[in-house]
Design a protein around this ligand. Structure first.
Ligand code: DQA
Length: 147
């Protein structure tokens, strides 16, 4: 099955962006990690990134129309985008929210997620391994649905 791995603002700068928080892994490394994990799990993974809220909302609509599961790092949109929340509420397949850092252990404004309430679940704080765990969760959910 197909899985979309969607990334919000600033995540293309992974590797150079605040490496003490987000690590040295680049966005290209993350893309490769997600694709390889997908291969291992039998998932066709497509990785996308945008700094644009409207683009992200359109991708979420596309996923809803095609019943495609999403692994989503909403980045800063996590904390305030009701447009993203409303788009995700229309989902027709599993949605795993992921974060590289652990937002609960950081500034107060990161303690709120407007995405969590419409997600299947959340993986946070494991560095880029959060994506691996999220893809594993999607694979397990899809396998469970087929049983
Ligand atoms: C993030 C955490 C958010 O608070 C932040 O705005 C990001 C990245 C993470 O992956 O840890 O851009 O989603």
């Amino acid at each position: 099955s197909r899985v979309l791995v969607l990334n919000g603002p600033n995540l293309r700068r992974l590797g150079t962006r605040e490496p003490e928080i987000y690590g040295a892994t680049t966005f290209a490394d993350l893309e490769a990690l997600c694709r390889e994990t997908g291969q291992r799990l039998g998932l066709a993974v497509e990785v996308r990134q945008t700094d644009d809220e409207a683009q992200l909302v359109r991708w979420v609509h596309e996923a809803a129309d095609e019943r495609t599961p999403i692994v989503l790092n909403p980045a800063a949109f996590t904390h305030y985008s009701y447009a993203l929340h409303d788009a995700l509420a229309q989902r027709t397949a599993p949605l795993v929210e992921v974060h590289i850092s652990n937002p609960a252990a950081r500034e107060e404004f990161r303690h709120t997620s407007v995405v969590a309430s419409v997600a299947t679940g959340t993986v946070a704080g494991f560095g880029t391994m959060s994506y691996v765990l999220a893809l594993q969760a999607v694979a397990e959910i899809l396998a469970e649905q087929e049983r």
